[in-house]
Design a protein around this ligand. Structure first.
Ligand code: PEP
Ligand code: MG
Length: 325
């Protein structure tokens, strides 16, 4: 069977009735690049840059970051690479930068909050990203945005980074697409306004689910509360898909939930057309999509959205999948 799946890696991601879908890779380390290419990823929907920071002894210099990002961008040969700025804190620490102990790290000082409180480190990373954009299509993504103030502050740091680079006479790309992760429930409610400040959204369902349902994504005791098919989660995903469509903003879902065909059925039916995932899942999702018609997905999503309990939703989606075989 793995042979058959490898063949799917080379075929376009398109539904049975011809609707194109974009499947990108989530990457962290450079070694993920070969895995992404082997599995037929269309570029990178989420480059988690904290990984290269985690395996070092000190903060990388601008030059080191630039060289790393440029290598990744060149490796994808004209396909877009979405570089997410540092997302440390929560469960991700750095050996040389330990945040003060917190009672609720996931609700605390993490991600873009750490970056905005360490402007030099933040600006250095943004400079490296703008420089790497000379090597191919790069998008810049900010994590953990909860409202307009943070994205405006990020835009300020981008402006500072441009000034620094110009003053130093260094080559960089002036304007690249800028996006925010929708992974804090407040950002869902602000999506209409956030859309006016950015070019695209990335739906971070790993965090969005944990924050919506108040269930730590890493705590096995609350596993059963962490539920991608909770009706409230589905309503919220639907809301984001609608805002993105209305405002004509790109939308890529890059949480783990995209690796499950039952979820893809739902999400495709809601109008989401771009997914980013650990690359080994891409061929089987592609195989699944090529056997699925958009009508089936739309009807299933509509019906599932009218249901009030996730066991029922899961059972129903599974039934649709079985009938589709
Ligand atoms: C997410 O939160 O869904 C996400 C994709 O980012 P991370 O898993 O790195 O927090
Ligand atoms: Mg996240």
């Amino acid at each position: 069977e793995s042979h058959r799946l490898e063949e799917f890696a080379r075929l376009p991601a398109v539904t049975k009735d011809g609707t194109p879908v974009v499947l990108r890779a989530n990457i962290g380390l450079v070694s993920d690049m070969a895995v992404a290419q082997r599995n037929g990823a269309e570029g990178v929907g989420l480059y988690r840059t904290e990984f290269p920071y985690m395996i070092r002894g000190d903060f990388p210099t601008r030059e080191e970051q630039y060289r790393l990002y440029a290598r990744v961008v060149e490796g994808f040969d004209g396909q877009p690479v979405t570089i997410r700025t540092l997302d440390i804190g929560g469960d991700k620490g750095l050996p040389y930068f330990s945040p003060p102990p917190e009672e609720n790290p996931f609700m605390g000082w993490r991600s873009v909050r750490v970056s905005l409180d360490n402007r030099d480190i933040f600006r250095t990373q943004i400079e490296a990203i703008l420089m790497a954009a000379c090597h191919g299509p790069v998008k810049m993504l900010f994590p953990m945005i909860s409202g307009l103030e943070e994205i405006r502050a990020c835009h300020e740091v981008i402006a500072e980074a441009r000034q620094t680079l110009s003053a130093e006479g260094i080559k960089f790309v002036e304007k690249i697409p800028v996006g925010v992760m929708i992974e804090v429930p407040a950002a869902v409610k602000m999506a209409g306004q956030l859309a006016k400040e950015v070019d695209f959204f990335a739906l971070g369902t790993n965090d969005l689910i944990q924050y919506m349902l108040a269930a730590d994504r890493n705590n096995p005791l609350v596993n059963k509360y962490y539920d991608p098919l909770h009706p409230a989660v589905l309503l919220v995903l639907q809301e984001v898909a609608e805002v993105a469509a209305q405002q004509q903003k790109g939308l890529c879902l890059c949480g783990e939930m995209a690796t499950d065909p039952a979820h893809i059925l739902m999400l495709l039916g809601m109008g989401i057309r771009e997914f980013s995932m650990a690359a080994p899942f891409i061929p089987r999702i592609k195989a699944f999509l090529r056997d699925l018609s958009l009508n089936t997905a739309e009807a299933a999503a509509k019906k599932a959205l009218s249901m009030t309990d996730s066991a029922q939703i899961r059972h129903y989606l599974q039934q649709v999948l079985n009938n589709n075989l």
